[in-house]
Design a protein around this ligand. Sequence first.
Ligand code: ADP
Length: 444
Amino acid sequence: MHKLRHSMLSSLFMAAIPGLLIGFMVGHPGWILGLAILIWGIYQSHQFGRLTDWLQFESEKEPPEAGSHWGELFDELSRLQKRHKSREKYLRSVITRFQQSSAALHDAIVIIDRHNNLEWWNKAADRLLGLKASSDRGKPVMNLLRDPRFIRYFKKDNYAEPLQLISPVDPEVQLQYQITKFGQGDHLLVARDITRLMRLEQTRQDFVANASHELRTPLTVIRGYLETFLDQELPRPLVRGLTQMQQQAKRMESLVSDLLLLSRLEASNQISDEQSVQIQNLISQIHESAAELAREKGHSFELELDQEFDLLGQEIELHSAFSNLVYNAVRYTPANGHIKLRWWVDAAGGHFAVTDNGLGIDSIHIPRLTERFYRVDESRSSASGGTGLGLAIVKHVLARHSGQLSIKSKVGHGSTFACHFPNDMVVRARATEDDDDHTESMPA
Ligand code: ADP
């Protein structure tokens, strides 16, 4: 540009100086200089006109031929134009490839802008979510995907866990939604068809449930015969063998009933009919059985129970989850241990915690404790009579009650297993039998 300006100025001088000289020679320097500058100006405006015509109407073609700085300007603009076009071509090809590859994807991909309106989606989104390119672009996502669970998930703004829902277009199709935030408040929604996966999962669950159910009858028969045999006068080695068989049969029965319970819990991630569960009574019952179990070990118990609040849920399931935690504390605490059971309510919700001063657990095991059959110490767990399914049951029961399990532990010092329930699961306890029958939700 600097060079151009320089060349323009020199062309002006080239016109002015001869004009001035001729002007002096003919005795009218001013007139002739003015005439020369006028001719120069007309030439410049003519070239400028050619330039604008070329830019407006013929920029596809080669630039017009011109002398001096106009030629340089045309060439420079033509070079810029070519560079711009090749870049545009490259970007177009990138967009086309991206659109082709995302169209070929089986997963639905939807881009939602920062105002929560639909911006772009691929073909799979038409098929799986029923979005229509002709009418839905720019519409709020929550007007089109109207399932309240999706709306709650979208608004929650925490997308660490995916959401599973039936497709809005086909009730046979199960979808898994996962949202990722990007840019300035934009969202990328990916919906995967997981129907096949869910069917396989269902088959697995049905198999475990059926196998456990089928094992029950033969086990009852075996246990019955073993009991009858042990009632007889038998030689000592036979009694020892039969007693061990009886213990193992009992263990198998516990395993079968835990497996059955787990497969029932897995069938749905929400409880269907919730009642107000009297938590103080429930914990007191569990405490009584645990104290019986702990008598030989000489454990002491401490109870700290909030009398004012109960919990909404299913009593049998809560009993099973809480008792698993309390019995674990009894089992994994050496003789003369201390176990504390606590139920309290605060601004975050309701909490039940079991604290023991037992063996404790190394932190590397904690993330895996709720996996089925995961044991910190195989020999110790089998000897204690556990099935390896207790904490998996606790996790499922809590998930069905919108709750969470937290585990704090220190090797050699003990552990605290706590169940946390949200505010809307907590209700005021009924003070006496004569009081009003209804339950009242806890204020947030
Ligand atoms: P199990 O039937 O083996 O007790 P769980 O699922 O109930 O199975 O527990 C898994 C593992 O977690 C146990 O094997 C044990 O090693 C550990 N565990 C559970 N509760 C405690 C506790 N209170 N103190 C120490 N370890 C525990």
